[in-house]
Design a protein around this ligand. Sequence first.
Ligand code: BES
Ligand code: MN
Ligand code: ZN
Length: 503
Amino acid sequence: MDFSHVAEPALNTTTDLLVIVVLGDPTKDPTFRLLDTATGKGLSEAAKTESFDGKSSQSIVFWTGGATGAKRIAALGAGPKADLETASLRDVGAGAAQLANRVGAKSLTLVMPSLGTPREAAAVQMIAEGAILGTYKFGRYLTGAEAKKPPSLQRFGIITDPKGNKPSAAQGRALAAALERAQVVSAAVNKARDMVNEPAAFMTPSQVAAEAEAIAKKHAAVTVQVLSAKKCEDLGMGMFLAVGRGSDQESKLIHLTYKPKKAKKKIALIGKGVTFDSGGYSLKPSNAMEDMKVDMSGAAAVICAIDALASLGCEFEVHAIAACCENLVSGRAYKLGDVLTSMDGTTVEINNTDAEGRLTLGDAITYVRTKVQPDEMIDFATLTGACMVALGPYTAGVMSDHDAFCKGWLSAAQRAGEDMWRLPLNPRLREQLKSPVADMRNTGDRFGGAITAGLFLKTFAKDTPWVHVDLAGPASLSSSRPSQPRGGTGFAVASIVEYLARA
Ligand code: BES
Ligand code: MN
Ligand code: ZN
């Protein structure tokens, strides 16, 4: 899909589908009124007949019969302005693109609602992202003709001034940059979705490594290192390797590096890369196991974020690390009661083989802390069902002892339109991790499960500034919204890019 800023009057612009975004009562919208007059009140009649009142996700499509430059005009409701969040702007872009594809339009021109904000470019970015994210489909395994049909929409224009005045040179540059950013970010999000949506039989640790290698190949500033299980053993990663021991797929530690010419700081992103989580001998019931190919969502996010960062350029040296393995059962699998020795020497008693993510991440964190030595590190993990119990399915839990760093991260997430909420790393809960036979055990009680997992990881982060993001909920969706079809969401990619590459 091609994106462009259109400096033409909404009335004259030539397009298959002109979309006006209506925030509540359409009769109060100046663009709606302008086009209504041009169509001899046809638009308002259509709105009345179809009870269109500008509520979010309502729409009407109207044939103009040549009354305007557009073949069709659609009014797309977005609800009252006060309720319009960053993420709902993505849904607006998604809704518009979906409408175009439904009516078979090749070109669409969307008239931005007047938001009265100084961040017009940011709003344009969100709408363009929505158009790409909302037309995403994971169709690799669908064989029907309908599934193979390419979408009709090819050109997406955005009008910011319905009168068609040219923007200032600076504003024009800002809008062009926003459209470029939108395309890079949403391509990376969709790539992460693909990786998550692929069945575990295909998206094995070696395949995740192959995806990382392909990204490194694309960019001169990106290099990749894939550490074999043997190499990880030499490094003493006893926790990480124990988790993958029950699988025939070799565990791999993937390390991507983006190096700009002159770096301000060194940032490490760590992703949980359990390509399938059966629970191990603490076996999950079928209904809980069904979706466990998503357990590498953190790895997909950090790997795909590097792709976007390298395309956009960023002033930090960024490392993405994913310790990838499968948590299965076999004669070689790790067992309850085993005592593992981690890379930093801490011993851990296993009281639940389904709390495997923290084991893989603990060693990945030690690897990063000692080998990469970053100024800041952030881990992304589908770590606990408890986090979903606490915050619901759409919000990630964020934990950190580094206030300024954590606040900076949360505000980037908010700008990117991804829901994240901080949970306290209450040190009293550490009692739950006491073990009579080892330095720690790997799980606590039911209460505070997201936090005890965070405290477990903190043991390995030590004093390195660290933020932990538990995205067990938002990494995948069972019911869709316009900009997010069901399945993998690519959650966190947009926030990472916003945090590290805000122009
Ligand atoms: N991968 C799961 C967490 C998860 C649950 C992710 C639902 C996505 C959706 C993780 O490895 C796990 O099994 N956690 C256990 C921890 C428990 C044993 C302390 C859980 O949440 O039940
Ligand atoms: Mn598990
Ligand atoms: Zn898991």
